[in-house]
Write a protein that binds this ligand. Structure first.
Ligand SMILES: [Zn+2]
Length: 571
């Protein structure tokens, strides 16, 4: 079990207590515990399993330690289940709306009887919120917009949530299955996933299904049969399990991996060749001519195997037919990570700890890029502090000679397009990531001008998390993407694919377009702890969905070539 899951449960409790107007001290202690757990470099479930005393952790007393043990053992927490029953069932969902926190939910509920997204939507549209404390027409408009954007994404989960669930469930089912593969959008590595579709081959269908519906994560059994069952698990995700015969496993995998558009195109192609394509195989008349593996299914259709990340009917079938599928970038090609934070700003570990962890991953170089002064909440650095910090990075470099620690900074592009730090100090850095963290709401033209001006500063190497979106939470700010990419190409600025599963920014479509326009890309984790260096794979998934090859991504380069590209001499 991942730390994040335990932290989520504690945050959930804090939210619910907050809505109930519980003791603020108690609420704070749950939130603090959640933060501690999120940032732990070690796996908490593992530590608990080894019998470690969890009360040694900051902010974890006897009560919380017992709760952690219960979560690790049973996958859930009775205290949370009971707490949920004390509130209307639709109320906690309001917290998923952008700009709506527990205090507002409490106010809506107590003052206006609002107990669900639907009733909030009606109240906002009817102008019934403006009488409430510090709320006006503007707030109502914002809430209507937040609900619209939430409804677009409702029922979807971040890719890392899907992965964690799939891993946990397949590990649990393994003893009862001969083969087990999660399909669907998860296998295509889409940035969000809806339902989870797992395919299995087994000699004991009923036994596997029994195990599946009885797993500790299950909160509701939606269907139970001998070849298909469906359950809902703790975080609301629906999981389907299908048992297939060995000879149809490949065609089923192809079918349930999708996308729908890709499958439709394959079926059409089959028809043109007198073939019937279904999840049970590829048939000529009554005769199955392929089905056991995906490879033989594609071959029957006159195609080489197409990687799942490309299966969106965005030209992959044509490319496959002409033998010009891209050689997609592999995780092993990554040689370093060019955005991460240390304790100098809001990171949890020292430069040296980050470097040693990166070295263990086999990296040849990293850049330490702490925040600049504008990001006050993150302890951003001013010129003098950054100068000191750069010396610290050099010192750490001497202690860790196996990996090159590049001196860097993540400098804010201010509202007028100037940078948050003077050029003199930026010149001392080997990697300058420029990003936007404030003033997201500028009109499109002004935002475009701001970004282009920022990128034109000759010290800037990388444009960090270029669109500013947070998945399922915050829309991108508006700007003219093509114009910004053209400016980046002209200035030799590399565009980031931020690998954090909450960002994945640039996304697949924009990263592919950026490449078409001649841009170079970099995949960074933006890690705030050494554990988060492992998020790199999510960035690689996005890059693969963007048809990127190794050479499109600068952190696959050897150090010298990298520094050439960054226009920094090798020191
Ligand atoms: Zn940032």
């Amino acid at each position: 079990m991942e730390n994040q899951k335990i932290a989520d449960i504690f945050n959930r409790i804090a939210d619910l207590l907050d809505i109930r107007g519980d003791n603020p001290f108690r609420i704070r202690s749950y939130r603090a515990a959640a933060r501690t757990i999120e940032d732990l470099p070690e796996n908490l479930a593992g530590a608990a399993g080894e019998g470690k005393d969890l009360t040694d952790l900051p902010g974890i007393g006897k009560d919380l330690a017992a709760k952690i043990a219960e979560i690790v053992q049973s996958g859930r927490l009775k205290f949370l289940d009971d707490l949920k029953k004390t509130l209307p069932p639709g109320l906690p969902e309001l917290l998923r709306l952008e700009g709506v926190g527990p205090k507002k939910v409490k106010l809506f509920y107590e003052e206006a009887g609002i107990d669900s997204i639907d009733s909030l939507d009606r109240a906002a549209r009817a102008g019934r919120l403006r009488g409430l404390d510090r709320m006006g027409e503007k707030t109502e408009e914002k809430i209507v917009r937040a609900i619209e954007s939430y409804r677009k994404t409702a029922g979807r989960f971040r890719l890392d949530t899907g992965f964690a669930a799939a891993e946990e469930i397949t590990a649990y089912l393994e003893p009862a299955a001969d083969d087990l593969v999660p399909a669907g959008s998860l296998r295509r590595r889409r940035e969000t996933v809806g339902d989870l579709d797992i395919l299995a081959v087994t000699r004991d269908g009923p036994g596997l299904m029994e195990r599946f519906v009885g797993q500790p994560e299950t909160t509701a059994v939606l269907a139970q049969g001998s070849t298909r069952s469906a359950v809902r698990v703790e975080n609301g995700l629906q999981v389907d399990l299908r048992v297939m015969a060995r000879e149809e496993f490949g065609s089923a995998l192809l079918y349930f991996t999708g996308s729908k558009a890709h499958n439709i195109a394959l079926r059409r192609r089959g028809r043109e060749r007198g073939l019937k394509v279904s999840e049970y195989g590829i048939f000529r008349g009554e005769k199955r001519i392929a089905g056991e593996t995906e490879e033989e299914c594609y071959r029957a259709l006159g195609l080489p195997w197409i990687p799942p990340e490309l299966r969106e009917n965005r030209g992959e079938i044509e490319a496959a037919e002409q033998n010009r599928l891209p050689r997609l970038i592999e995780p092993e090609a990554i040689r370093g990570d060019l955005q991460m934070h240390s304790t100098a700003s809001d990171g949890k570990e020292s430069v040296l700890e980050m470097a040693r962890a990166a070295e263990k991953r086999g990296y040849r170089y990293i850049a330490i890029t702490d925040h600049s002064q504008a990001v006050r909440v993150a302890g951003g650095l001013n010129e003098k502090e950054l100068a000191e910090h750069l010396k610290e990075i050099d010192k750490a470099g001497k202690k860790c000679p196996g990996i090159r620690i590049l001196k860097g900074v993540e400098v804010d592009i201010l509202a007028d397009g100037t940078l948050d730090l003077q050029d003199e100090i930026l010149r001392e850095c080997e990697v300058v990531v420029a990003s936007i963290h404030y003033n997201f709401n500028l009109p499109e033209k002004e935002m475009t001008r701001r970004i282009v001006r920022g990128l034109k500063n000759p010290q800037v190497n990388i444009f960090g998390h270029p669109t500013g979106r947070l998945l399922l939470q915050r829309e991108p700010y508006s700007f003219d993407f093509e114009e910004v990419v053209k400016a980046a190409v002209g200035e030799g600025v590399t565009l980031e694919i931020n690998a954090h599963p909450a960002r994945l920014d640039l996304n697949d479509v924009l990263a592919r377009r950026a490449k078409e326009l001649g841009a170079r890309l970099v995949i960074d984790t933006d890690a705030h702890s050494s554990l988060q260096l492992g998020l790199m794979e999510y960035g690689v998934f996005t890059a693969r969905r963007a048809w990127l090859e190794k050479d499109d991504v600068i952190n696959t380069y050897p150090l010298k070539k990298l520094l050439d590209v960054l226009n920094r001499p090798l020191r």
